[in-house]
Design a protein around this ligand. Structure first.
Ligand code: I3P
Length: 109
């Protein structure tokens, strides 16, 4: 599955709140492949190698939990992703349908 997602980092690896200065929203082209959610600056090209930044932004979604972000009302169509290493991200999808589809697909992994 792939598509546009905006990301906000809410908690870091240790479960601690992401510090100010790193809490902003950032738009990516997202690709869910196997157990990894790749977040790239540019559109996915199968024959192009991932950059160092792309690899750094990739999120392992094995044993992660995606839910609708009911407690976040500043933007619509936002899902919350809790990873197995206690990171928490918010992801905004372009539509309700896309958000539901991402939640479903992430939780299948
Ligand atoms: C954050 C940025 C986010 C904001 C966040 C800020 O600043 O303005 O958009 O979240 O608020 O800390 P920075 O880019 O300097 O990290 P919202 O869009 O959800 O308001 P927060 O600290 O209350 O999460």
């Amino acid at each position: 599955k792939h598509g546009i997602l905006s990301r906000k980092s809410h908690a870091d690896m240790d479960g601690k709140r992401t510090p100010r200065g790193r809490r902003g929203w950032k738009k990516f082209y997202a690709v869910l492949k196997g157990m990894i959610l790749y977040l790239q600056k540019d559109e996915y090209k199968p024959d192009k190698d991932l950059s160092e930044v792309d690899l750094k932004n990739a999120v392992r979604v094995h044993h992660a939990l995606a839910t609708r972000a009911n407690d976040y009302s500043k933007r619509p169509n936002v899902l919350k992703l809790k990873t197995s290493d206690w990171r928490v991200f918010l992801f905004q999808a372009p539509s309700e349908e896309e958000m539901m589809s991402w939640i479903f697909r992430i939780n299948l992994v």
